[in-house]
Design a protein around this ligand. Structure first.
Ligand code: WQD
Length: 332
């Protein structure tokens, strides 16, 4: 019996693969390297001293996917594979819908064919749109403002519908807040394609001197210091949340939905200051305009995950900042 990890060479996928291997799970990684590289697989092996099967397969290639299921006894899937850049999704909606939706439908078709009935899905806090109140609970209304978010929301709906049609089909939907940080070894971490959109990859590149300064997107929000507030979560805590979710669906039928965050928000300036302090390095910044589509504050109510999965994030902002820095220093 194996767990198929789609997108297992990516940022969150690779950290989850490490945690799965460390707990003795048997995994198969599938990735098309559209936003990752083969070296990540070696790093995962180096960290865990464990081996696993790998397939370079695109989820749009249904025949290749079928072959993976034919050759292996896969009874669980953790589905990370997908395009994930918000801005790019606005430019390339067809590519985003095709990749994320068609890719997931292919996966579900093949899972059905091979009687594989457990899936953990990477969703995002972006499905909450602009929440009316904080912290955000799982039963808040859902809405999206861009094609990337729309694909996450649609896939959530598809998974719910598949469960309605087949009660033996078990689903965990994990809504990530803002993952940052890297594995302690410094061997795996976030490697964005081109100029980073997200804040931490940008901060570390300013700190190493690749970019001159960070632009803080607005300081006139209704927050303590005027800059945007987010719930940053260490990627290793996030990865562990997938193991808890897997355990949950092994023991329970239905669709389980959980926020994965720390429950605490930090502003952009708090993040920058913490990064500078713990790493003893300067991060030059200037205040710029608000980024279209950004909301003032976003942080999770994490009680459901705690109560039902016994999962809590344990790593604080300082550790996240240290580990992000360690990774960039080792991978300049
Ligand atoms: C965080 C804060 C920015 C860059 C997005 C997606 C979400 C998820 C994660 C994943 C905000 C500010 C940022 C910069 C800045 N998607 N910022 N200068 O927007 O909360 O979430 O990424 O795959 O779906 O929407 O994350 O890291 O881009 O921004 O001031 O150069 O940092 O305004 O307040 P965000 P982020």
């Amino acid at each position: 019996m194996s767990i198929l990890v789609t997108g297992g060479a990516g940022y969150i996928g690779s950290h989850t693969a490490v945690e799965l291997l460390d707990t003795g799970e048997n995994i198969i990684i599938l990735d098309n390297f559209s936003n990752s590289s083969p070296e990540v697989l070696d790093k995962i092996k180096q960290i865990t001293k464990k081996d696993f099967k790998f397939y370079k397969v695109d989820l749009l290639d249904e025949n290749a996917l079928d072959k993976v299921f034919e050759e292996n006894n896969i009874d669980e899937v953790i589905h990370f594979a997908g395009l994930k850049a918000v801005g790019e999704s606005v430019e390339k909606p067809i590519e985003y819908y095709n990749n994320n939706i068609t890719g997931t439908l292919n996966l579900l078709k093949v899972m059905k064919k091979y009687n594989c009935k457990k899936i953990v899905f990477s969703s995002s806090a972006t499905v909450y749109g602009n929440p009316k109140t904080l912290p955000i609970k799982e039963d808040f209304p859902l809405s999206t403002t861009n094609p990337y978010g729309a694909t996450k929301l649609m896939i959530e709906q598809i998974l719910q519908d598949v469960n309605v049609a087949d009660k033996d089909f078990r689903v965990a939907i994990l809504r990530y807040f803002n993952p940052i940080g890297a594995h302690k070894s410094g061997l795996i971490g976030e490697v964005p394609n081109g100029i980073p959109n997200n804040i931490m990859p940008y901060i570390v590149r300013v700190a190493v001197g690749k970019y001159n300064e960070l632009t803080v997107f607005g300081n006139d929000y209704d927050t303590e210091d005027g800059t945007g507030v987010r719930d940053y979560i260490h990627v290793v805590d996030l990865a562990k949340g997938h193991l808890s979710a897997l355990k949950k669906i092994r023991e329970n039928s239905g669709v389980q939905i959980y926020n994965l965050g720390t429950g605490r928000g930090y502003s952009v300036l708090e993040l920058v200051k913490t990064f500078e302090k713990v790493n003893n390095v300067k991060v030059n910044y200037k205040i710029g305009d608000r980024r279209p589509g950004d909301i003032a504050s976003c942080f999770a109510d994490v009680n459901k995950a705690k109560k039902e999965m016994n999962w809590v994030a344990t790593k604080g902002l300082e550790e996240m900042c240290k580990d992000s820095w360690n990774f960039i220093l080792k991978n300049k």
